[in-house]
Structure formats: C-alpha cells, structure tokens
Design a protein around this ligand. Sequence first.
Ligand code: FAD
Length: 377
Amino acid sequence: MLEKENADIVICGGGCSSMLLLFNLQQYPTFKSLKIVVIEKEVQHQQKTWCFWHKGNHPLQHLITNSWQSIRFEASHFTTTQEIHPYTYSSIKGEDFYNYFLHQFIPQFSNITLIRDEVLNIEKTSSRLSKVICKNHVYTTRTVYSSIINKEFHEAPIFLWQHFKGWHIKTEEKVFDKNVMTIMDFSNCLPNSFDFVYILPYSSNEALIEVTAFSSEIWDERVYLKQLNKHISNKLNGAKYEIELMEKGQIPMACYNHTDLGKAGEILIGTAAGKIKASSGYGFEKMQIDAARLASNYFMNKLPNKPGQKRFTFYDKLLLKIILEKPEEAVTIFGMLFKKIPIPMILKFLYEETNLYEETLIFKNLPAIPFIKRIFN
Ligand SMILES: Cc1cc2nc3c(=O)[nH]c(=O)nc-3n(C[C@H](O)[C@H](O)[C@H](O)COP(=O)(O)OP(=O)(O)OC[C@H]3O[C@@H](n4cnc5c(N)ncnc54)[C@H](O)[C@@H]3O)c2cc1C
C-alpha cells in the first residue's frame, strides 16, 4: 500500500544540487513554514571532492578545506604557473559536505523530511498540482525540483566521459608546493589521447594526484595505474609514498539540449538541468548560483528564467567534437590556450562570464582550422 502525503515542495534526488537548493531556500524568512520532502534512493553517497573557483568568500566557506591562489599548467615543452586573482580555487570534501547537510543542516529544520525511496514517475495532475510517485510513497505537491537525469541525455549526439582515478598520497619527503594546484599536466599524455594529471597539494608531502581522460570509452583500470605510476616516477623522482585514499569517478560531458523543465513541468536542477559545463566537467559553482536563482524565483513567485548563453553551448560543441575526433589536436589547443591567455581569463571563460570581445581575443590566439572544420560537419 502506497503512503499518500502532501508537501509544498518535493525535491527528487538528495545529492549535491538538492542540498545547494535547500541551503539557498532557507535564506528566506518564510522557508520554515513550508513542508519540504527530499527523496533519495541511495543510502551511501559517492566519494567526491568538489573543486571550483570563486571570487571572495563563498556561501559554503565553512565547508572549504583547502584553497589555492595559484594554478599551474604543463604541456610538453611548456609550463606556466600564475596567480588567479580575483579568483580562488577551493575544494570541499564530499564527506564534509554530506556530514554537514545530513547531520547538521537538515536536522535543525523540522519542516524538511529526507525519505529513502526511489522516484518512479512525476505526473502533472492539474494546472497547479503534480504527483511524485515513488516505490513506497506518493506525494502531491505544487512544486517539484528534480535532479534525476533524463535517460536520453546519455544518447546525446556528442557525448563523452571525463573519467578519472586518483590517489591521496603521503610522501616521505617534501615534494609538493602546497600553494600551487596543477589544473592540467599533459606532459605524460598517452598517444592519440586527451589525458592529463590533476594535482591538489594539501601540504608539502600530501596531495591528491588524479589521472583524468576525456573520451567516449572508460579506461581499463590498468591504464590509470600505469599513468599514475608514470607521473610519480617521472615528476616526483620516484618519491616513496603511501596511498591514503582512492578516488574514482566519471562525469558526463555532453552537448544536449537541456531544458529548464522536465516532461511533467518539474523544475530541473544540477546535472539534469545542464549545470555541468560540457567542455570542462565543472558544475559545483554553476549549481550553487542556479540554486540561489531558483530560491529567489520561488519566493518572489517568478517562473524560471535561464539567461540564454547559446554561444557557449556552441563553443563547447566544437571543442568536444575536436576532443572526440582528434584528441591530440585538442591537447595542442589547450597548450596554446594556456600559453597565450592569462589563466584568470580562461577561468572566466569557463564560467561563461566573458563578453564577445574577450572571446574574440581568446579565439584569435587559437588555430582556426580545427574549429572551422567542425562548424560545417
Ligand atoms: C566523482 C566526481 C567528482 C566530481 N568533481 C567535481 C568537481 O571537483 N567540481 C565540480 O564542479 N564538479 C564536479 N563533479 C560534477 C558535479 O558537480 C557532481 O556530479 C554533482 O554531484 C552533480 O550534482 P547533482 O545533484 O546533479 O547529482 P548528484 O550529486 O549525483 O545527485 C543526484 C542524486 O539523485 C539520486 N537519484 C537518482 N535517481 C533517483 C531516483 N529515481 N529516485 C531518488 N533518487 C534518485 C542519486 O542517488 C543522487 O544522490 C564531479 C562528479 C563526480 C561524479
């Protein structure tokens, strides 16, 4: 027998974007009068570290464990390390994020109920009401937010994975500069492949070293291990180390025509709303900004209004096509980008905050032919 209940807001999925939405909704004084139900099917969340760049203090500053003011990029025959003012690059551990939301934030609000259940369907029952049908419950509500990814997303015509495996290592000797994170190190990249090493140094002898690749197929386990070992022996002079933790994951990178609303009129959030940037895989800050916008829309009674940034979708599409068709060409393009363009400008571009003039300057410094070729096929 299904339990039937009413709620003011139902949030489908209890992951990152849902927690960010709750965090932003509670900034409004009438929040406590709303009955909110969050439905999450899993008991355990995946091990993640979220990294993002931001200006000034972040709304979730209390969860940030490490920050860096400088970024390093390396390709064959070229290295640059730059300060990234006005940005700071920060990381939040998934464990800290969920500990805070599940054991501190949610328990202090009696109006939020977190349910372990699986959403099976969302139906529009009248012009104002929707039904969220789960395995064990049915909720009737006026507002549904959903972070459940549409199955068609994985069938997008341009689809690849950002897949990675990393080790949190502790070395015997001091081998890391804890002030500089490495965003991409292509110097040990495999032939005909778009793969790089990403490094978050936590201290002079502790770091997360992650091998990351953008491709349509996920690698065999042995390839990540080979690349990780190669990096450690070439770049850390074979330093002795212990592995403290392992992180593995895959982020979808797709050019998909995301919409604001799902089929039953539910408001989409997170990955389901296209908040993961197709060409970079970053989504945390975009989801936080979107959650603030959605919370304001809710309390100000406005309909969702997504600012149209179609040209960025176009740039992403071209870049993903190059990575898929000619990964080694994409590695060269990234090398040129970081050689010619200051890193803070690249970060601004990746957050889709540049203007047309700045984008012209960026593209003027990149080889035109790979992009032009992909416009027409
Ligand atoms: C390993 C990893 C590392 C990442 N690192 C970064 C990073 O450093 N920086 C960055 O900006 N982005 C990063 N991302 C990308 C992005 O920020 C995360 O994927 C983020 O968690 C997306 O948030 P979300 O709410 O869309 O999805 P999720 O956090 O995955 O939440 C969706 C939730 O919905 C639940 N769910 C799904 N279907 C149902 C259903 N039918 N019923 C009930 N519940 C359901 C799932 O169990 C899940 O908990 C990373 C992604 C991964 C996978």
